[in-house]
Design a protein around this ligand. Structure first.
Ligand code: NAP
Length: 248
C-alpha cells in the first residue's frame, strides 16, 4: 500500500471496477489507485463482489441517470438474461417499477425468480407486436430497428441503448437526436465506473435485495475459455474467474 493512501489499511478486503485505470483484473496481483476500490463487506464473498462492478453500475446508470426511472413506471428490459440485464431487472424492481423482461427460453424461470412482473420469451413472442407501451425501455441487446423500440415507448417515454449490435449503437448516436424530436427520447449510455454507485449496489447485495447471477466459474488459467464463452452472447448472468480455486 502506497504511503499516501488514506482510505484503506493493509489487509482490507476490497473490490472494484478497474477498467478506467488500465484493466488487469485477470491476474493474482494488480496495482490500482485507491479511487477505484470499495471495501468489500465481510458478509459478501469475493466471488459475489467480483460479479458486481461493471454490469450492475451500467444497469444502475441506464435506469436512474439516463432513464430517470420512477416508482410505478412500466419498464421494458430487452436482453434481460445477461450480466447487465439480470441486474437491471432487480434494480428496476428496487426502484418500484413494473418490469417486463425480454429473454430467451432458458432464462424465463431465472428472470421470473429475479422479480420481473412479466417475461417475454423472444423465441416465441415479439415485444414490438405487444400492444403495451412502456415509460422506459432499456436495450441491453440492441438487435432490432430503432423504430421497434421507439414504437413501444409511451408518450414522454425514454429509450436507453446500453449494448448490442455495433450498427445499432451508430444508428442511435446518429439518429437518436432526430428521433427524440417530440416527447419520446432515444438515448445512449456510456457507463463510467463510479464508487458511490458501487457502494449503493453492494449495500443492496449485502442486504439481500439484489444478487449477481453467476452462470459459470473458471480457474485463472482458463480465462481465455471464459471470455470465449461470454463472447457467445448467451451467458446467463455473470462469469467469474477464480484466481485461486476454492478460496473465494
Ligand atoms: N453502454 C455501456 O457503457 C456498456 C457497459 C457495459 C456493457 N455494455 C454492453 O452491454 C451489452 C450487454 O452486456 P452483458 O454483459 O449483459 O452481456 P452478456 O452477459 O453477454 O448478455 C447478453 C444477453 O443478451 C441476451 N440476448 C441475446 N440475444 C437476445 C435477443 N434477441 N433478445 C433478447 N435478449 C438476447 C442473452 O440472453 P439469452 O441467452 O436469453 O438470449 C444474453 O444473456 C454488451 O453489448 C456490452 O458490450 C455497455
Amino acid at each position: 500500500m502506497g504511503k499516501n493512501i488514506k482510505g484503506f489499511a493493509i489487509g482490507d478486503e476490497v473490490f472494484g471496477d478497474i477498467s478506467a485505470c488500465g484493466f488487469g483484473g485477470f491476474a493474482e496481483y494488480v496495482a490500482v489507485p485507491e479511487s477505484a476500490l470499495v471495501l468489500k463487506p465481510s458478509g459478501v464473498s469475493f466471488e459475489t463482489a467480483a460479479a458486481v462492478p461493471m454490469a450492475s453500475v451500467t444497469a444502475l446508470q441506464a435506469l436512474r441517470n439516463k432513464g430517470n426511472i420512477q416508482p410505478g413506471q412500466k419498464v421494458l428490459i430487452c436482453g434481460a438474461g445477461g450480466g447487465v440485464g439480470t441486474f437491471a431487472v432487480q434494480l428496476a424492481k428496487h426502484f418500484g417499477a413494473e418490469v417486463t423482461a425480454v429473454c430467451g427460453e432458458k432464462n424465463v424461470d431465472l428472470i421470473q425468480s429475479l422479480g420481473a412482473d412479466h417475461v417475454i420469451n423472444y423465441t416465441k413472442d415479439d415485444f414490438s407486436k405487444c400492444s403495451k407501451c412502456y415509460d422506459l425501455v432499456i436495450v441491453v441487446n440492441g438487435n432490432r430497428s430503432l423504430s421497434a423500440y421507439r414504437g413501444v415507448l409511451a408518450p414522454r417515454g425514454i429509450n436507453v441503448l446500453v449494448g448490442g449490435a455495433f450498427l445499432q449503437l451508430i444508428k442511435t448516436l446518429l439518429f437518436g437526436a432526430f428521433m427524440s424530436i417530440g416527447s419520446k427520447k432515444m438515448r445512449v449510455l456510456m457507463a463510467k465506473p463510479n464508487i458511490k454507485d458501487l457502494e449503493f449496489i453492494i449495500k443492496l447485495v449485502e442486504d439481500g435485495k439484489v444478487r449477481p447471477v453467476i452462470d459459470r466459474r473458471y480457474p485463472l488459467h482458463e480465462t481465455a475459455e471464459a471470455v470465449r464463452y461470454l463472447s457467445g452472447g448467451h451467458a446467463r448472468g455473470k462469469v467469474v474467474i477464480e484466481v485461486v480455486r476454492g478460496t473465494i
